[in-house]
Design a protein around this ligand. Structure first.
Ligand SMILES: [Zn+2]
Length: 229
């Protein structure tokens, strides 16, 4: 009788112990790789995945002339290639990366957003990269992101110092007008990597895509590490 009690008691302890252990295991936070991710960055290759767009975005990604149309295909290919290289490099540094299409998820929030485009000009001697911060930014960090990218890229490329309004007022930044746009707290820039109308410049970029991707990555990483509170 006493022996049965001892056995029953012991089994009870084991059962309760196992239950308590399982309960503890369930309530403990999962220790996955994702929990180590510190920063999230979004890259948007120019004109990527222009499918059927919501009403508010119709017309934003149409080429405005024959020349733009001719360059557009090449721009899309190069921008996507660059974005994927930057993504790979950022991920190696432990950063989570989203590649975003033209239609941005509504109020998209990240630690940094970089749109990657290429420009063209009627004058083939015009060349240089351009980087513009968002005019709508409420994070006050877009200018810093632009500066880090500018300083990094100018180590290997010539800058073009004129930035136009269609850059700083890029539709993805404009949360006041579009639902499919960035959250106002997302530091954001648009980068025009080179002028495709400059044979010299575009040849350089095509031959040095990985180097250009490396410089973009460096700029983003410096921004993330230096601007985090
Ligand atoms: Zn473009």
């Amino acid at each position: 009788m006493f022996r049965d009690f001892i056995i029953g008691f012991s089994l009870g302890i084991i059962f309760l112990g196992t239950f308590a252990y399982k309960a503890f295991k369930v309530s403990a936070p999962p220790l996955t790789d994702a929990s180590r991710v510190k920063f999230k960055v979004a890259l948007q290759p120019g004109h990527y995945l222009v499918g059927p767009l919501p009403e508010e975005l119709k017309g934003i990604s149409q080429a405005s002339s024959i020349n733009a149309l001719l360059f557009r295909r090449k721009e899309k290919r190069l921008a996507l290639d660059l974005a994927l290289r930057v993504k790979e490099k950022l991920e190696l540094a432990g950063v989570e990366v989203d590649i975003l299409p033209v239609q941005i998820p509504p109020r998209y929030l990240a630690d940094a957003f970089v749109a990657i485009h290429f420009d063209w000009n009627l004058d083939p001697s015009v060349r240089g990269f351009k980087v513009a911060p968002s005019d709508f930014d409420l994070s006050s960090k877009s200018s810093q992101l632009a500066l880090y990218l500018f300083n990094s890229l100018k180590e290997i490329m010539k800058p073009y110092n004129l930035v136009t309004e269609d850059m700083s007022k890029y539709y993805a930044f404009n949360f006041k007008k579009f639902k499919h746009s960035l959250d106002s707290r997302t530091p954001a820039v648009i980068l025009e990597v080179a002028f495709m109308s400059s044979l010299k410049e575009i040849n350089f970029v095509q031959k040095n895509l990985d180097k250009v991707a490396e410089k973009i990555t460096e700029g983003i990483l410096k921004f993330l590490t230096n601007s985090s509170v």
